[in-house]
Design a protein around this ligand. Sequence first.
Ligand code: ZN
Length: 380
Amino acid sequence: MSSHTSGLVFDEHYLDHDTGVQTTVTMREGSFTLAPEPHPSALYITQRIKQFLDGAGLTARMQPIAARAADEDELAGYHTREYIAGIRALAEGNGPLQGPWGAAEIDTPLSRGSYEAALYAAGGAMNAVSAVLHGEVRNAYALLRPPGHHALKNRAMGFCIFGNAIMAAYHARKVYGLERVMIVDWDVHHGNGTQDAFYQDPNVLFVSLHQHNWYPRLSGELEQVGTGAGAGYTVNIPLPAGTGDRGYRAAFEQLVLPIGQQFRPQLIIISAGQDASWLDPLAQMMVSMAGFRYISELMVNLADEICDGRLVLLQEGGYSAAYVPYCTVAAVEPLVGIDLGITDLYAGSSELEQSQTIFTEETQQALVAARTWHKNWWKI
Ligand code: ZN
C-alpha cells in the first residue's frame, strides 16, 4: 500500500438523508403550490459530486475508505445522549421537533434514513482520520452527508445533525493520542458547533473563514477567541461579501498558513464547504473553481511542511447544484496531486473573471483588522 495515496469516503447511507422539496407559497390569506424545488441541501448535489469524482477518474485513483456508524459513546463525547435518542425518534417519525432532549430546527428536515446517514457521516469522518493516521493513505476526502459544523450538543441546525469535524478531531485525540489538531473551516458559514466543542481546548485549533455575520447571526466575530486555556485557539476570520479568489488567497497566506506553522498540528482537518462559490444561492463570496483549487493546494503544502501531509477534508455545505461539483473536484485534485484540466463551466464569462480578480478595499480592511486582532496571540 502506497503511503502517497489519497483516500475517499463515501457510503450509500448518505443518500438516505432526504431533505425533500419546497412547493408551497404562503400568502396573507391562503396558499398555493409550485413545481417542486429541492431543499437547498439537496440529495442530488451529493450525487452530482460523486458522479463528477467518478467521471473524472478521481474515484479510481483514490483508495476507498469504508464508512461506519458512529457509536453512541463516540457521539456522546460532544452530543447529549438525550439528543441522540431524540434525533433517532424524530427521524423514525415518532418524535417531536423539540423537547427536553433538544431540538431540530425547521431548516433541518429529517427523513426516515437521516439518523443512520448522520451516524455514517460521523463514522466516515472518524474512519478517514484512522486511515490517514495509520498511514494507509496520505490524505483523504470524505463526501459526507449530512454535513456537521453547525450541529450543537443538543440542537440540529443549518442542515447539520452530528458534528462530523468534532468527532474526527476527538477521534484523533482520544484514540490516537494526538496532542495538536488544527481544524480549518472554509465553509462560507461559521462553524458554530465546532467552535463550541473546542472553545476551551488549547489542543484543537479552530480557524474559520466565513462571510461576516451571515449564518448563524453574530457567530464567528473576531472577538470570539476561546476561553480559559483555549483563549487564542479559536481564530475567526470574518470576511465581507464579494471577497473573491484574491481575498481568500490573502487570508490563507496572511493568517491561516503562519498560524498553522506556529501551532504545528499533527493532523489538519478541513471543514470543506464549497458554498463560498460565486454561484452559491446562500452566500455572496465570489470564489471560483480555480480559487478552491488554490486554497486546497495551500493546505496540502502546509500539511506536507508540518505534519507529513496528514490532511482530511470533510464535506460541509455547498448549494449551487451546477457549480459545487466543479469546485469540490478542484479541491480534491491537489490531494491526489493532479490537475485534470477540467474546463470551468463558466469559462469566458465576465462574472468568472471578476471573481478571480476582485480585491476590494473592504476585503483588505477586513484582513488588516483580523491580522491586528490575532496578533494578540500569534506572530502574523
Ligand atoms: Zn455553509
